[in-house]
Design a protein around this ligand. Structure first.
Ligand code: PEP
Length: 262
């Protein structure tokens, strides 16, 4: 099955509203002609509406979209400091990153919490980008697949198969995030193949074949093409290198599907 590449920028806690709008102005001319890659920008919460406005033309054409970096699992209520999926959806946000390893490690997010957020986001019409990945210790103990199996089964539990197929899974080995140490294309593909098999077992072959599984962890312009050439790698979640619109546009360009031999 051919899956459309998706390249997402996770800006983390970087960029003011003004900087986000300036970035959009730099990025748009560089990706205007890219019609075969889905581009996603995930800024800090305050910049979401401004970025939705700044990207409105390309967003209307379905070519670029804005994501939140987190959501709350409840639709509304007394949850000071939190933002719900319906509030995000009403602001023009269409995807939500959920369960990033920084949130798991620094903010105590658990698989069951990730699951609640994933179901809430999907119910509100947001596409969840569910992050999974093993630590270095888990990899060295040969537990990578066990960890991925658990995070997929628990994180996506209860999603209807069509929603699971429409979700995005980001495989982000914790040891590769922000470290400059990238998974090899073979390592990434093996993990993605395992995730896809797990999705097919849980949600059926159609969902397993449709779900986009993207790689995250020190993706740069120089290594994106080799990763994207792997059959189970459907895109990238890019942290550090996404802060520069020129570098991010280069990663997008490197991710375009290769012309099929006639
Ligand atoms: C991330 O934080 O999701 C990430 C992949 O970061 P980096 O690209 O900087 O490793």
């Amino acid at each position: 099955m051919s899956r459309r590449p998706l390249i997402a920028a996770n800006w983390k806690m970087h960029k003011t509203v003004r900087e986000a709008v300036d970035y959009a102005g730099e990025l748009v001319p560089r990706v205007r002609d890219v019609t075969d890659v889905d581009i996603v920008l995930a800024p800090p919460f305050p910049a979401l509406p401004a970025l939705v406005d700044a990207l409105a033309d390309l967003a209307a054409a379905g070519r670029i979209a804005v994501a939140s970096q987190n959501v709350h699992a409840e639709p509304h209520g007394a949850f000071t400091g939190e933002v719900s999926p319906p509030i995000l959806q009403a602001s023009g946000v269409t995807l939500a990153i959920i369960g990033h390893s920084e949130r798991r490690r620094l903010f105590g997010e658990t698989d069951s919490g990730v699951n609640a957020k994933t179901r809430a986001a999907a119910a509100a019409g947001l596409t969840p980008i569910v992050c999974v990945g093993e630590t270095l210790e888990e990899r060295e103990a040969d537990r990578t697949f066990d960890v991925l199996d658990r995070q997929i089964a628990q994180g996506l539990a209860g999603l209807p198969p069509a929603r699971a197929g429409g979700a995005v899974v980001a495989y982000e080995p914790v040891w590769a995030i922000g470290t400059g140490r990238v998974a090899s294309p073979d390592q990434a593909n093996a993990a993605h193949r395992r995730i896809r098999g797990r999705l097919a077992t849980l949600f059926g072959d159609a969902a397993g074949g449709a779900c986009r599984i993207i790689y995250g962890g020190s993706v740069k312009p120089g290594n994106a093409a080799a990763l994207m050439a792997q059959p189970h790698v459907d895109g990238a979640l890019v942290g550090g290198a996404s802060l520069d619109p020129v570098a991010f546009a280069e990663i997008v360009a490197a991710s375009r599907p290769r012309a099929q031999p006639s």
